[in-house]
Design a binder for this molecule. Structure first.
Ligand code: NI
Length: 207
């Protein structure tokens, strides 16, 4: 049988445990908040987006992130049957490459198709002919694509349309990586040309 005083002792001990747990939780929360805050610096954000990938380019060659080290990289996910976002983005990238002049040779634009069922390397090669010849395209197995899309914190989704067809919803951002493969930032869909060129200029200044 518990008398009143030993019951009080137990309650008091429980209260102390509660205080200790609360302090530890508060401490962890504070530490985590600091971690997240320091995550705002470019050096840390660069580790949250991007990373290794393996794809097959429009010439049927295996490519990885290592093939682009030493040059700036502009990555875009999409699919060739896209009615608007993809052709618009690649057209805009074409105008940026032209506007950058000789600097454009240090920038690689890479269009990654998330629709390998329709986008064979041959079709990608044909599709590229509408844009700046320096733009490259690649695709891969579903596993390769999913792994890269996930690493870039991007998304895509197959959406059925009429007559057994489908379209693909996808992230419309372009991802900028520096010559060391570090994520630097994004260019929005329909970003104003002068802003896009300013971002690319800054990207190309990085070593
Ligand atoms: Ni698209």
């Amino acid at each position: 049988m518990l008398d009143a005083s030993s019951l009080l002792k137990i309650v008091r001990n429980i209260a102390w445990v509660g205080v200790v747990v609360a302090l530890v939780a508060f401490g962890l929360g504070y530490w985590r908040a600091n971690q997240l805050q320091s995550g705002n610096s470019p050096a840390d954000v660069s580790q949250l987006v991007g990373g290794p990938f393996e794809l097959t380019d429009s010439k049927g060659r295996k490519i990885t992130e290592k093939d682009f080290l030493g040059r700036s990289l502009l990555v875009f996910f999409g699919f060739t049957h896209c009615p608007d976002v993809c052709p618009t983005t690649l057209f805009e990238a074409t105008t940026w490459l032209k506007a950058l002049g000789p600097d454009a040779d240090r920038l690689q634009v890479l269009f990654v198709s998330v629709d390998p069922g329709r986008d064979t390397p041959e079709l990608l090669d044909t599709y590229l002919q509408a844009f700046d010849p320096r733009i490259r395209a690649a695709t891969g197995t579903k596993a390769q694509i999913d792994s890269m899309v996930q690493a870039y914190k991007a998304t895509y989704r197959f959406v059925p349309t009429s007559a057994g067809n489908y379209t693909v919803d996808h992230t419309a951002l372009m991802f900028m990586l520096d010559g060391k493969g570090r994520f630097v930032g994004t260019i929005d869909y329909h970003e104003k040309q002068d802003i896009a060129l300013q971002k690319l200029g800054n990207l190309l200044k990085r070593r």
